[in-house]
Design a protein around this ligand. Structure first.
Ligand SMILES: *Cc1c(COP(=O)(O)O)cnc(C)c1O
Length: 399
């Protein structure tokens, strides 16, 4: 069977592992060795110059790490993938591979907080012009891209207000302008969305989130053509933001259940979003699966399901957030997302902690915004948990 005919769940379980199995083991080994032994000097040389397959030194390649890269690559339908110590390393190394002083990059205002810092703090320091457009304003992005740029960088859905950008339309705009189009697919996951099939050049994941899924390993990965990924790999192997083999193993293991987890997370997010819409204390619910979401139709077109992330704004702002969140029994109040446990947090302490309240306001992020990363719990328990927490806050308001 060719890979094209195999369904995504089967790929999540089986893909990318076979060639790394040894001693008849059914699981990929964690190879901790930093270096590799060669008796044959000619073979050593051939591997070192990339003429022959093999490994030389752990900063460059490692079998466990490669198995992880292969699985992601197959799930994203890419020719190649290379991995990193974190998602931010994947983003910064990829941008540094292609951007030089004098270049111009177009992106959106709502990218992940760390990515936004690269755009506002670090790239300008290297004389790289950064243009951040209103997220969701496709015409504005197209106009800026048409003026010429080296890179068009997108994230969809975005963190934390889950805004949607039309990937296919933006890929065309980028292509017409000769720009490299990069999409951060962390929120989308390869289960719900494959940006490469919509025409983009590179897809990035924070593997720390949904791919690993258990909040116990950091990692990042970028997928695309052999040619582009080879360049990024070269930057990373020299600059050294290499993924750790143990993290690669944990993420690989997590990915075997990616399709099951994401399916349950999407169902939970949809049900929780609808429940939150019915609550008097809730001002707004942000979830691309809701018909009230401004870009619901685009989401429907480019995503198989709407993802496990949602956010909502409460009346009373920070004070309500402070009362509500500690009452939740089945949610970690933490900065992470994409894990099997439901995780909640205000944008001001999670995704956008690096920003000032003025900067957050300019990005349309209310101080009373709560981000929810739905876990795989039973939805009845999640809703009951939110219900008792709301009751507590409502009762306190009445006395
Ligand atoms: C977390 C996250 C990142 C950064 O990943 P790390 O693994 O924490 O470095 C990048 N993009 C998005 C959308 C994220 O959620």
């Amino acid at each position: 069977m060719s890979n094209d005919n195999i369904k995504v769940g089967t790929k999540a379980v089986w893909a990318g592992e076979k060639e790394y199995l040894v001693h008849g083991a059914t699981q990929v080994p964690v190879v901790l060795s930093v270096a590799y032994n060669y008796d044959d000097m000619d073979e050593w040389y051939d591997v070192a110059i990339g003429k022959k397959k093999g490994h030389i030194y752990g900063r460059n390649t490692n079998p466990t790490v490669q198995a992880f890269e292969d699985k992601v690559k197959i799930l994203e339908g890419a020719e190649a993938a290379t991995s990193f110590s974190t998602g931010m390393a994947a983003i910064s190394n990829t941008l540094s591979t292609f951007l030089l002083p004098g270049d111009r990059i177009v992106s959106i205002k709502d990218t992940y907080g760390g990515t936004n810092k690269i755009f506002t703090e670090f790239l300008p320091r290297q004389q790289i012009e950064v243009v951040l457009c209103e997220t969701g304003n496709h015409e504005a992005i197209e106009a800026e891209v048409a003026k010429g740029c080296k890179v068009l960088y997108l994230e969809t859905p975005t963190n934390p207000t889950v805004k949607i950008t039309d990937i296919e339309r933006m890929a065309k705009a980028g292509r017409d302008a000769g720009a490299l189009v990069i999409v951060d697919n962390t929120f989308g996951t390869p289960i719900n969305q494959n940006p490469l099939s919509l025409g983009v050049d590179l897809v990035i994941h924070s593997a720390t989130k949904f791919l690993g899924g258990h909040a116990d390993a950091l990692g990042g990965v970028v997928c695309g053509s052999h040619e582009l990924v080879e360049k990024i790999y070269h930057f990373r192997e020299i600059n050294g933001a290499t993924m750790d083999p143990m993290a690669a193993y944990l993420t690989l293991r997590g990915m075997k259940t990616l399709h099951l987890r994401v399916r349950q997370q999407c169902a939970n997010a949809m049900a929780l979003a609808k429940y939150l819409q019915s609550k008097g204390l809730v001002e707004d619910v942000y979830y691309p699966g809701l018909e009230t979401h401004p870009n619901h139709e685009i989401a429907k077109k480019q995503m198989k399901d709407f993802g496990g992330m949602l956010s909502f704004a409460v009346k009373g702002g920070v004070d309500t957030v402070r009362d509500l969140l500690p009452k939740l029994q089945f949610a970690n109040r933490a900065a992470n997302l994409g894990a099997v446990e439901t995780t909640v947090g205000p944008a001001r302490t999670t995704s956008h902690v690096e920003c000032t309240s003025e900067e957050r306001a300019a990005m349309g992020i209310p101080e009373g915004l709560i981000r929810v990363s739905c876990g795989i719990e039973d939805i009845e328990d999640l809703i009951a948990d939110f219900e008792q927490a709301f009751q507590h806050v409502e009762n306190a308001l009445q006395v």
